[in-house]
Ligand binder design. Sequence first.
Ligand code: G4P
Length: 527
Amino acid sequence: MKYEKEINRRKTFAIISHPDAGKTTLTEKFLLFGGAIQTAGAVKSNKIKKHATSDFMEIERQRGISVATSVMTFEYQDNLINLLDTPGHKDFAEDTYRTLTAVDSVVLVIDSVNGVEDQTRRLMEVCRMRDTPVIVFINKMDRDGKNRFDLLEEIEKELKLSLHPLTWPINSGKDFKGVYNLHDKSLLLFTANTKANEEGSVAIEDLADARLDAKVGESDANILREDVELIEGVYGKLNPADYLAGKVAPVFFGSAINNFGVKELLDTFIDIAPVPRDRETSSRNVEAGEDKFSGFIFKIHANLDPKHRDRIAFLRVCSGRFERNKYFHHVRLDRDLRFSNPYSFLARSKDVIDDAYAGDVVGLFDTGNFKIGDTLTEGEDFYFTGIPSFSPEIFKELVNKDPMKTKQLEKGIRQLTDEGVAQLFTQFGGNKKIIGCVGELQFEVIQYRLLHEYSAACEFRTLPFFKACWLTSTDDKKLEDFLRFKQSNSAEDKDGNPVYLAQSEWFLNTEIQNNPDIQFHFTSEIH
Ligand code: G4P
């Protein structure tokens, strides 16, 4: 294997969290350790604040930031780390879900005060679909959080995840004294705003050591001894294979804003997180170390300048080596394309690169050739599987307000849905165009962008659906009959696949029960 050395030093991951748990802060600390930025505050939060619902300048500004910080690449201890950013706002959750298909592992940040929150649950569901290895960082230990044992139980139960603590906290809030590292048996004492050094660390091989009492006080020392005995009894030693299989998640406690517990997290991440993993395709398993290049598009970002329609397609390299100016095969279009200005995202600037290896993300200048899920190879015909499209949650009819601009509207909506901004369904018979999104904000973005980028005015009419299910059946006739009978609830997606639009959970369950020969799928494969 020609590129083994390069590929095996790469780690591609995402930090995920419910908004406000500390993802941006932790990202920034990682970048400081990696030397990719020099000062705190350099990473702009890509949060879209609540008031942004009607503030399009804010949305545009955020789109700018999210291109710049989409992928942050830095080196740490000889490893090349690709950190993929995910939008925090729940209305853009689908973008996050797709980004998760391009990573090999995740770090999940949980706020010790709030515990498991909505977005945490949904993000973990997506991780579970792919058995993505997870490391948990319990943040904000400097605040009065939940009881640590209760918190672990809550996470295990709510996220259906087996945990394995690798550090253990001594109190929280203003009494927070630090963490004990169960792995290398050292005590890390908490001081607010610690710099990236190890001054606060004391090696304590034996917890009976009287230095522990001297450092944290007798009472807390005794509680720690009891806790550790209990934890070691319950959890034993971490089996890295269980972590890599997505079965067990190591847990760290800390405070991102104080840069506390972050280095332990990063060092362990470097140690155990997976290198680029093998991936399933429509025809075979592709190993990252294969000599031949392959990759897929997981995100498309439109140019901010409406005069230039070109877009940036984000390619995850899955095997071999990507090269500038070399012809690669675009499987869906059955065409060979080459890229003269591919760029990487080193240190947040867009640098044109000559090559990239499995694990890397490359930005490709696109004039409309790509859709999310497209595969590039060195000639072989396959596509990567497991890039799902999730059911939208809000459905609206697209109403054209200017018949003179029908063409522009159609082109615009096609391109925006290619980008993954929304999903488009066409009702059978009626030809009604239905746009499905995860959040209200997306509709505003679509309306705004159609007008500003395509000069097409539209409005939306709310429809009473709550979920789209993709339908398959081995009995074509039954499926056809069902679609005809349920015409007002039936549509086809952009690729012509039949979809049932359900008004409520009750209707959906009734249809599932009444139609045993039809399979209702809650996600669809993009390819
Ligand atoms: P997010 O990207 O997950 O949405 O979270 P972000 O890092 O922006 O952090 C959310 C808020 O939590 C920020 O405060 C941040 O300073 C704070 N925070 C992060 N880590 C810790 C921690 O370890 N302890 C405590 N006490 N707070 C923490 P903010 O007031 O919302 O924003 P800012 O004005 O400080 O930027």
